[in-house]
Structures are given as structure tokens and as C-alpha cells.
Design a protein. Sequence first.
Length: 424
Amino acid sequence: MTSIVFENVRLIDPASGRDGIGRLTVENGLIAALDGDVTPEGAHVIDGQGAVLCPGLVDMRVALGEPGSEYRESITSGARAAVAGGITTMAVLPNTSPAIDNPALVHLLSVRGKETGMVSIHPYGALTRGCEGKEMAELGLLQEAGAVAFTDGTRAIEDAKQMRNLLSYSRFLNALVVQHPEEPSLAKGACATASALAVRLGLPQVPSAAEAIMVARDLRLAELTGARLHFAHISTAEALSLIREAKAKGVQVTCDTAPPYFAMTEEDIGDFRTYAKFSPPLRSEADRAAVCAGLADGTIDVVASDHAPADADDKRLPFALARAGGTGLATLLGVTLGAGLELIDALRLLTCAPADLLNIPAGRLEVGREADLCLFDPDEVWTVVAGSLPGRAQNTPFDGRKLTGRVLRTFRRGVEVYTAGALP
């Protein structure tokens, strides 16, 4: 394997706090030196021209169509989209068909990720069989097979006693439980946040309090059981306030959000724009501002793409009937860089923070680690165009938006797996 030397790059490693012009050497797929002055014989030298070189991004919430709905997004097409966004590690949701509720499927997904040669896939295990919210899955066996955490994906655990049992057992395993924070009976049939806009559009509504109601219940259960609990795609000020208070009390709680919740509001639904239909739905400007504040003060631990692929038939329906979710792999970095954070803080949310939360050996620039790297220009402006994004799914909510921050090259174990052609 050819050695690579990156010169004249801005090395940013949020885990160590490093941020400065430097040099990085890759040998045999591993980071061999930081700031070394020796160039291995025959090494390929890359002049970064001041671009940022950081760890390959770690996306902790990705839905793929495989198995069962490969027409939406296969592992291979999802990997292509991921590396175009600088992502080299993905944690994938279990609510596929069949659901990832047995060890063989956990192993299969991990192997399929390796076979792409582009990304590392770390599967979630289902909390309940079939992700149906009824019978507990074989959590111990799933964990032994490599499941990094447990969730039912986009389905909340509705029964409080069952959630207590799941949390209690997960504590025994020292496993993380990830909850979709939306009270199901309030959210049933809804597709928009209760507001004057939803009334004007005639859309079925869910109050934003549905998120806080579920968060409040599960925080109490986490406190009762001592379990590790994580809330996905937090989107409201009220829920963030509850999580902030629980953290101050010492409850083992973490949360993530996704780009639509800090870069968009319910107004982006526009004239029944189904690419902007999400679960949870887009919120008010006040909630969007609260999510930005949560990113800035550390209440939100991670930014995840919440990549949810759909094909044209899924979205070419009346708003209430269209499939919820949007693609997010290729746009994750650019949208996050626009959240108003310092660059190193934004990258922390995309690298070591999710890796540490899921106990994945990724997200760091350290000698001896796999050379999963992202080279990007933080100042380059590009326009998102649905239909021309990498990957099979094109249902991006950011269609037509200009983003600042473009991935130039992505490397997996020292092998270049994506290039935008911006550098020689």
C-alpha cells in the first residue's frame, strides 16, 4: 500500500484540541506520524493548500433501505453518498425489513460495510422484535454480535413499563438505549407541528409538547433505573430544557439533533413541499433558535444526518401521505458548518463525540489509528441540487440551498474513496 504524506493542511482533531497547519503521514492504512519531517520512500505527497484535514466523520443515525428496500438506498449507494460527505463511519438503524433483531443480520451489515471498501458500518440492534414495540429482542446476543446500541428507529417505545424493563436490562449490559422522543398517541396520523401554518394548510397536527412529554417520562425512568439513555433528533426548546436539567442532576442522558432542526423551520414546508416532511416535523423559529443554543452550550451532544432515503413515489403524494424524512449524508458537513459554531466545535459533534458515545474506535487523529480522513475546504460555496447528489436517494430538504464547506477528498484506511476533483 502506497504511503501518503499530507502537507500544508490545517489539522483539526477535536478530541485532542489540535487546530493548526501541520503534516500527517499514512503508512499501511494507519496514521504513522503527525508533524513528522520524514517522507517515506515512494510516498504520494498531497499538498492540501491550507484545506482542513480532520478525522473521517462519524454519523450515528443513518437509515438505509437494505435489507428489504434497496430501491430506496442500498448499502453501496449509501456508502457513496456518505464518503461524498466526508463520512467514513455510519451507525445504521434497525427498522429495516426484516428488522435487525437477530445476530446474523448484525454480522451481515457489518460485513457488507467492509465489502464496500468505503465505510465502516456499525448496526444498531432492535429494542423489540421486529421493531414492533411488543416483545424485547435478544439484546445480549445482539450486543455480542456487534450492535453498538439499541433502538426501534422511528418508533417510540409507548408502554412505560416496557420501557422501564428495557432500560433496566440495558443497564445490566451497559448498553445505550436510543429513543424516538414523540408521544405516539399525540403524534398518530400527524404530519406537521400544531401551529397557525398547519391550520392554514389543513394538515394533521402534533403539538410540540409531544416531544417533551416523552422526554420527561423517559428521563424519570432513566433516573429510576440508572440506565444510559439517548434521545434522537431533539427539536424543541421544552425538551432541551428538560434534558439540560437532567444532565445537571447527573442522569445518564445524551441527545442528538439533525440539520433540519437547526437550519429549517416549519415555514420551509412552503406549498406542501414533501421533501420537508420529517418525523418529528419541522418546528417554529423559536424552537430552531433553541436547538442552536443547545448546540452552543453542549446540551446537544451530537449532530447526526438522520438520513432517511425515499424514492420519487414515496414523496410524490399529498403531504399527509408522503413518506417522512430526507437524505442527509452528502450535506451533513456543509449544513453543520453553518450552525454558527467554532469550526473545531462543529467537527467535535461529527467526529469524536458520536464515536465516544457509541464506543466506536473512530473520530480521532492519532498515531496508530486507521487513516479515515476527510479533507475539506471550509470556505468553498456549493449548491445542493436534488437529482445530482451521490447515492440513490435524492429527497434532500436542502435542494437549491447554498452551503459553505465542501468535501474535497475522503480516505478510508488510507485509500482515497472520494474526490471532488478540486485538488491535484
